[in-house]
Ligand binder design. Structure first.
Ligand SMILES: [Zn+2]
Length: 325
């Protein structure tokens, strides 16, 4: 009966939505249909939820979170990632198979801060808001993390924050699988040693650079990184790439580069370098690509590049581009 009522409610929702099928509404409709199907399946067959061999299932949204989760979970828990590592996260849209995956999760690990609006919508339609979701930004806010930036979701590029998330993941996994707590503890310790080492290399190797400004010819993805190592981040647009930069902002950046005789300009490796090329042409600055650790190229994916390796590559690029001793 409960199932029937849910379907009835969804059916009316669908009828209303059919009236105006704009792109957004088609998406909502798809989500509504899939959610109602899944709710029906779940009500009748909860055994489908069981993880293989009873391992906890962690579902993450983006590559860096999946990497940190895998780092702690090892082979005792299953870690899955919703947003494919070659996809632009800011424009991601959920598919029915993602919904199945999210429903299987013992814990969903997300960034928060507006980066995954589809997850908020899904939680609302399932009526389980925040019950099983660990949001990186909310977690940092709950411990009053001092370097948390207002309205900037790129927090995984702060290695100290990553280290704290690893500790939190250790707690969650030990709760889901108490027998494995010693195993998780060992792995979390090893991962945090690597994160600390990476953080120290960034601090040491970027301590005295000829150029302090990181000019990003794109959206502001690297402000956590620059703030942490005493560099200055200047970007064409804000932390959300939907807002395209205007011609005036482009001219401001070009003037800044000329005035300060800045030699290196950066762009996020997954963004089309059109603005970067214009800036380079106008100023003679050299272009360098940085990875935000999220949109991996085919080559990076097939070679099994890790998040920490991508960050180590960033350090090499920064060192040479900024003229650091
Ligand atoms: Zn971004």
């Amino acid at each position: 009966m409960i199932c029937y009522n849910i379907i009835k409610i969804r059916y009316h929702f669908k009828l209303r939505q059919v009236v105006k099928l704009t792109g957004k509404n088609v998406f909502k409709l798809r989500v509504a249909i899939t959610v109602s199907i899944i709710i029906t399946i779940l009500a009748g067959a909860t055994w489908l939820l069981a993880a293989p061999e009873g391992r906890p299932v962690l579902v993450t949204t983006i590559f860096p979170l999946a990497e940190l989760a895998r780092g702690v979970a090892g082979n005792r828990a299953e870690v899955r990632q919703v947003i494919p590592p070659a996809t632009e996260i800011h424009n991601f849209q959920l598919t029915p198979s993602d919904l199945k995956l999210l429903n299987k999760a013992d814990l969903v690990i997300a960034v928060g801060g507006g980066l995954e609006p589809w997850l908020v919508r899904l939680e609302k339609s399932l009526g389980q808001k925040d019950a099983r979701t660990l949001r990186f930004i909310d977690f940092l806010r709950s411990i009053s993390y001092p370097a948390l930036r207002q309205d900037d979701p790129h927090v995984w590029l702060d290695f100290q924050a990553d280290l704290l998330l690893v500790e939190r993941l250790l707690e969650e996994l030990s709760r889901l699988d108490p027998e494995g707590s010693g195993y998780y503890q060992e792995r979390a310790r090893a991962l945090n040693l690597e994160l600390s080492a990476l953080d120290s290399s960034f601090r040491r190797e970027l301590a005295s650079c000829r150029q302090k400004e990181i000019i990003i010819a794109g959206h502001q993805a690297f402000a956590y990184l620059t703030a942490r190592y005493g560099l200055v981040s200047v970007s064409l647009s804000g932390p959300h790439p939907e807002a395209l930069p205007g011609a005036r902002r482009l001219q401001e950046i070009i003037k800044l580069i000329k005035d300060k005789k800045i030699e290196a300009v950066f762009y996020e490796s997954s963004e089309p370098p059109a603005y970067a090329s214009t800036i380079a042409r106008e100023t003679g600055a050299r272009l360098f690509s940085l990875s935000a650790g999220v949109n991996l190229t085919g080559v990076q994916l097939s070679s099994g590049k890790t998040f920490l390796e991508l960050m180590a590559d960033n350090l090499k690029i920064l060192k040479s581009a900024l003229g650091c001793e």
